[in-house]
Design a protein around this ligand. Structure first.
Ligand code: NAI
Ligand code: MG
Length: 497
């Protein structure tokens, strides 16, 4: 299949280099081992670019640089106006290079160019701009105390932050992590996901162009257990921020008990999207589609358990399946594509594995239910948008994160049944509620145990609004003022008068 979009020459140069180097202490360097790994274009299964493969020695060098930038070079004590200026420049540069970044993201991840260009890239710029505004608004307190003393607090950066990000929103997750860390004066070692390292590396160049001092941000691509593991274990890393699978989140939780470094975890989800019979049905259908097929369903807060009030369940499922079947699937670079390929062969296998599990459990695919190997799709990682009915909430496909374009439609009797089933999961990342009854909307929003509840909408994000999990979806809140808490610590100072 021919991609309809002509590639930006800068993108072609970027991927054609013999291999992309990593950023350590302001320099682009090969891995200490000399090793590289391939990143693949998921629309074609072909190698897209080669990237330096970071491991423990590279992490060691990167942490040393970040330590020096923090302890000696004074990023933490730099003038707030200076940090603001640099972060604003980063935001501007992301926008200036939006077309290039979007194409790179689409090539590496597979997502549609419309999403890269209109969602991910502007949101990444917006996140840097939002946190640029926080730099000079992080206050301590003056505390009433015995008049013999003056007692106040300082909010200080935590130190060196190790940030490990996933492949579903590579540039945007880098922005969510870097924006607040840098605003608060921390220095960083960032490890992008091995499936999608390219936009983080391009961002590294933009950070330099924006005037980021050497060593403040180091970017070490590589694999989870090696590069990621070294960062997690490193005694000189003060904080780990992680977004990814719940299993790895738990491993990080265990590993960091040895050093007690600060940890924030944004993990998986199996979010209930609850449609009451009194909802605006057309809006709910659109919300349900977007809630689960956006980014091929590779979204931690995807509304994968679609609870529909019993009396309209069958009709709603049919309409949904009709719409899902009409969604345009294709390579992300084709501007008409609505559903692109999954990110990797591994993810393709995981998702098709769940399609088999679902069928064995007795679920019925009203539409989709299989890999798309139509003409032009043979080598890519395409899975057809899938709507399962006949699903019970205790089936594996309703309890385990699939991370693909697969929704389970499940009937419910009444409000309390919806809440009971909705909460019956060990995840708690997000939820949706569709109803015209304002009181019911309030009651359900409170009763659902999740970090975000969307009422008559889904997947709405702002840099100012906190995001994170209840239960095993993780801990810590990113975005808004809450990220400032993750990247600062409080010092109480007593002075005798
Ligand atoms: P993963 O959790 O293995 O990978 C996420 C990041 O963690 C990557 O940068 C990876 O290199 C790193 N990592 C992996 N093992 C590590 C370790 N031992 N120590 C330190 N860092 C490590 O996720 P994976 O395998 O790519 O996807 C598996 C499933 O995880 C998906 O099917 C999905 O269910 C879930 N997931 C959830 C995400 C979210 O946004 N919450 C994002 C990506 C995956
Ligand atoms: Mg993994």
């Amino acid at each position: 299949m021919e991609a309809a979009l002509k590639l930006d020459p800068a993108v072609q140069d970027f991927v054609r280099a013999p291999f992309r180097k990593m950023l350590i202490d302001g320099k682009w360097v090969a891995a200490a081992s000399g090793k590289t790994f391939d990143t693949v274009n998921p629309a074609t299964g072909e190698v897209l670019a080669r990237v330096a493969e970071g491991d423990a020695e590279d992490v060691e060098r990167a942490v040393r640089a970040a330590r020096r930038a923090f302890d000696e070079d004074g990023w933490a004590s730099s003038k707030p106006a200076e940090r603001t200026r640099i972060l604003l420049r980063v935001a501007d540069l992301i926008e200036k290079n939006a077309a290039e970044l979007a194409q790179l993201e689409t090539l590496d991840n597979g997502k549609s160019i419309n999403e890269s260009l209109n969602v991910d890239v502007p949101a990444a710029a917006g996140t840097f701009r939002y946190y640029a505004g926080w730099v000079d608004k992080v206050y301590g307190q003056t505390i009433p105390s015995d008049p013999a003393f003056f007692n106040f607090t300082l909010r200080e950066p935590v130190g060196v932050a190790g940030q490990i990000i996933p492949w579903n929103f590579p540039l945007l997750m880098a922005a969510w992590k870097l924006g607040p860390a840098l605003a608060c004066g921390n220095t960083v070692v960032l490890k992008p996901a091995e499936q999608t390292p390219l936009t983080a590396l391009r961002l590294g160049e933009l950070l330099q162009e924006a005037g980021m001092p050497d060593g403040v941000v180091n970017i070490v691509p590589g694999f989870g257990p090696t590069a990621g593991g070294a960062l997690v274990k490193h005694p000189q890393v003060d904080k780990i921020a992680f977004t990814g699978s719940t299993d790895v989140g738990k491993e990080i939780h265990r590993e960091t008990s040895g050093t007690l470094k600060r940890v924030s975890l944004e993990l998986g989800g199996k979010s209930p999207n609850i449609v009451f019979a009194d909802a605006d049905v057309e809006a709910a259908v659109q919300g349900a589609l977007m809630g689960v097929f956006f980014n091929q369903g590779q979204v931690c807060c995807a509304g994968t358990r679609l609870f529909v009030e019993q009396k309209m369940h069958d009709e709603f499922a049919d309409v949904l399946a009709k719409h899902a079947g009409g969604m345009q699937q294709g390579p992300g670079l084709d501007p008409s594509t609505q559903v692109g390929p999954l990110v990797s062969q591994e993810q393709l296998e995981r998702v098709t594995g769940y399609l088999d599990i679902g069928k064995k459990e007795g679920a019925k695919a009203l539409i989709g239910g299989e890999r798309n190997t139509g003409k032009g799709f043979e080598k890519g990682y395409f899975v057809k948008p899938t709507v399962f009915t006949g699903v019970k909430n205790d089936m594996r496909i309703a309890q385990e994160e699939i991370f693909g374009p697969v929704v389970s439609v499940i009937p419910f009797k009444d409000e309390s049944d919806a809440v009971l089933q909705g909460n019956n999961t060990f995840y708690g990342l997000a939820a949706g509620v569709w109803t015209r009854d304002v009181s019911k909307a309030h009651r359900v929003a409170r009763a659902i145990r999740a970090g975000t509840v969307w009422v008559n909408c889904y997947n709405v994000f702002e840099a100012a609004a906190p995001f994170g999990g209840y239960k095993q979806s993780g801990y810590g809140r990113e975005l808004g003022s809450y990220s400032i808490d993750l990247y600062t610590q409080v010092k109480t100072v007593w002075m005798r008068i």
